[in-house]
Design a protein around this ligand. Structure first.
Ligand code: CA
Length: 724
């Protein structure tokens, strides 16, 4: 068998992987928010990273490397599992990673690797799958950081976080490693994450020359969705006086800086560190304050000043990361480990270094969508290679598994990069033509809306569910993404093709938005209603109505009928105009459940999943099923009266009407007539010929007072049977 394999390798002309590099060690050096624009090998105009660049000179650089969800925790979860966020369950920061699910460190450990994780973890639950770990709590600190120990205790170390993590990695390699086993060492820095506190040795590193500004520092967001203007991550408006900009004392210029977040790093410093810090920042701060008081700086000047402060600190943090990479590479050389150790440098996502006037990440625009990916694998990757293949962080897990000779589980969504590593300049013919991206953390810090999309080698398509908008960018003619072409007739065919690719990729990755919990908390009225309803839900309601605008309408058009039927029955209206199944799932997950003591819940939801987006009926039905399951989990004694989605549109063969009919066909099967009861009220509203009378639904979607009367009468016998 082995001879056959060897013969096959020789015949195919491949490098004899199994001989020279069997079970290589894997050193995964990972940082946080390190943008490609700040890496020498990627063509940085603003700094140098000689040690990180070594990996590009001695291995391969991937120019089209992307994350699947541009934010810290989710990116890490994608890497560990090889799956998109909706499959690994970590959609947004603040979620808790389910450490019981399969991850590549677990699989490597099972295969005999020694596995170690040091530094920033940020997944809320403790690491699983490691022989040894020591991680920062949450974001961690730059100065004198605490580390969570394997027994759950915390230990504080004097020093600078990046240096400490490098030292821990070196110590493990030198003193703790089992030389008889291959290893996986994940060395994960906090740097250069906000709030960008450099080591004292790097203060002033970028002071001699101003850091060059990006072309779009003063972007006006014209030609793109108005949602871009709602950002809360602009250099102009969203830097904090102390936290980001390193001033002491009261905010002297509240028109230019935000107040309220202190500089936690300064508070942690010892006397010597504070002395160094103040010696560096205070004269610069005082000069700025003097210039402001003298009225010498325009608003644009202040933006430029903030940009310099931000970038000098950010790049200073990267300098320590680069030092650490150098120390680790040197150790691999001197110890002889280098020849059989794969070294990767990557970061959880990219970052805006002033492009579009921004800091931070999240958006699917190039600067934060891209991840650095540099890899050295002696004997396999020829030095100095550059690949333009589209790769993604979900590919790392299967890559590491293949390197270690471990079978790749079939449910992993990424693809092993090993064939690309063998021939970086010539991807396999069937390599992917597009990546899928999805961001879920709306109604949170920085106010970036939910969006998803696809990127090919030339085009990018984004979709914003809140506004139903598409955005289309041509990266060849518009590399800075300043003008969406979605409405440009010249791009109609391209838009069409990309939309098909988008639908197909969502199907391929099994993305069903109807089941992915989504808040609309970025819409003020929705947030306020959610809070008000949540407050009312604290009093034990007996009867819940769960749904969208048709249910919410009990409070307006249907109020008289509601008063007659439900006012004295302790009922609560959980209808939110425009909600789809995913929003109800969010509400039920987060609250809104009346302490789980309601006797009956009337559920009617899904017509907005139809709406203009015409979601596949099976997907919407899965969303409704998830709602029923949530009610069962959270409120096991509540009986559910599941109503078929009401008919819509005047004519029976309207597509949206038919979509609702198709959903109802599936969901009627969810009824067990024990806990879940199904009633289809179509006949109550429709004429005998199937047309929908205006007297019942004037706009062919929402009910009239007569419509509410018919609804109440129709469900009354069932409610009585259920004890209401
Ligand atoms: Ca990050």
């Amino acid at each position: 068998m082995q001879r056959l394999l060897l013969l096959a390798i020789v015949c195919l002309g491949l490098s004899p992987l199994s001989a020279a590099t069997s079970r290589p060690n894997i050193l995964f050096i990972f940082s946080d928010d390190h943008a490609l624009q700040a890496i020498g090998a990627y063509g940085s105009r603003i700094n140098q990273t000689p040690n990180i660049d070594r990996l590009a000179h001695e291995g391969a650089l991937f120019a089209n490397s992307f994350c699947a969800n541009s934010i810290c925790g989710p990116s890490r979860a994608c890497i560990l599992t090889g799956k998109h966020s909706h499959r690994n369950g970590f959609l947004r920061n603040g979620n808790r990673f389910d450490g019981a699910q399969p991850t590549f460190p677990k699989q490597l450990r099972h295969a005999g690797y020694q596995t170690v994780m040091l530094g920033k973890w940020h997944l809320e639950t403790n690491p699983t799958g490691f022989d040894y770990w020591e991680v920062l709590p949450d974001q961690g600190n730059y100065y004198n950081p605490d580390f969570i120990q394997m027994d759950g205790s915390r230990k504080r170390y004097d020093g600078y976080c990046t240096d400490l993590i490098t030292e821990k990695a070196l110590h493990w390699l030198q003193a703790e490693r089992d030389p008889d086993k291959p290893f996986l060492l994940m060395c994960q820095h906090k740097a250069p994450h906000r709030n960008w506190a450099p080591a004292p040795r790097h203060f002033g590193l970028f002071h001699d020359l101003p850091v060059p500004e990006p072309d779009t520092l003063f972007d006006d967001y014209a030609g793109r969705s108005a949602l871009l203007k709602e950002n809360e991550m602009s250099i102009d408006r969203h830097f904090y006086w102390a936290h980001d900009m390193k001033f002491h004392g009261d905010n002297l210029f509240p028109d230019f800086f935000l107040s309220g977040i202190p500089n936690a790093e300064y508070r942690r410093m010892n006397e010597a560190q504070r002395r160094d810090w103040d010696a560096h920042y205070e004269p610069l701060n005082q000069r700025f304050i003097d210039q402001m008081r003298a009225g010498q700086l325009s608003r644009a000047d202040v933006v430029r000043w903030k940009y310099q402060r931000y970038l000098q600190d950010y790049l200073g943090c990267i300098a320590a990361v680069d030092d650490g990479v150098g120390q680790l590479l040197d150790y691999l050389d001197t110890s002889g480990l280098a020849t059989n150790t794969v070294v990767i440098y990557s970061s959880d996502q990219g970052f805006y270094l002033g492009e579009h006037g921004w800091y931070d990440k999240r958006w699917m625009f190039e600067e934060s969508l891209k991840m650095p990916f540099l890899i050295r694998w002696p004997g396999v990757i020829a030095p100095g290679k550059r690949s333009h293949a589209l790769i993604q962080n979900i590919d790392y897990a299967p890559t590491f598994l293949e390197m270690a000779g471990v079978e790749i589980p079939r449910d992993i969504q990424g693809r092993s990069l090993v064939p690309l590593l063998r021939r970086p300049d010539q991807p396999p013919a069937d390599w992917r033509d597009a990546i899928y991206y999805a961001y879920y953390e709306n109604a949170a810090v920085h106010n970036v809306p939910i969006h998803d999309g696809v990127r090919t080698d030339r085009y990018k398509l984004l979709f914003f569910p809140r506004t139903g908008e598409w955005q289309l960018f041509d990266l060849v003619t518009d590399p800075q993404e300043l003008r969406s072409r979605h409405a440009d007739p010249a791009y109609a065919g391209i838009l069409n093709g990309l939309q098909k690719r988008y639908r197909d990729l969502r199907q391929f990755y099994e993305v069903n938005p109807a089941v992915i919990p989504a808040t609309r908390g970025d819409e003020t009225w929705w947030r306020e209603r959610y809070q008000a309803v949540d407050e009312r839900a604290r009093n034990d309601a007996d009867l819940l109505f769960i749904g969208d605008s048709i249910t919410q309408g009990w409070e307006s058009t249907g109020q008289q009928v509601w008063n007659n039927y439900y006012h004295r029955r302790n009922a609560l209206n959980l209808g939110f105009s425009g909600d789809r199944t995913e929003h109800v799932i969010w509400r039920l997950t987060q609250g809104n459940l009346a302490n789980g003591k309601a006797k009956v819940a009337v559920v009617m939801i899904g017509t907005n999943n139809t709406g203009h987006r015409m979601q596949d009926p099976r997907e919407t039905a899965a969303g409704i099923q998830r709602i029923l399951n949530l009610l069962q989990e959270r409120s096991p004694n509540t009986k559910i009266l599941l109503l078929g989605i009401f008919p819509r549109a005047e004519q029976p063969f309207d597509e949206a009407r038919l979509n609702n009919v198709a959903i109802n066909q599936v969901i009627r099967r969810f009824a067990d007539e024990q806990r879940v009861f199904f009633r289809d009220l179509s006949d109550v509203f429709l004429n005998p010929d199937g047309t929908l009378p205006k007297t019942v639904m004037p706009d062919s979607l929402h009910l009239s007072p007569e419509g509410y009367q018919r609804w109440a009468e129709a469900i009354e016998p069932t409610l009585k049977e259920l004890g209401i």
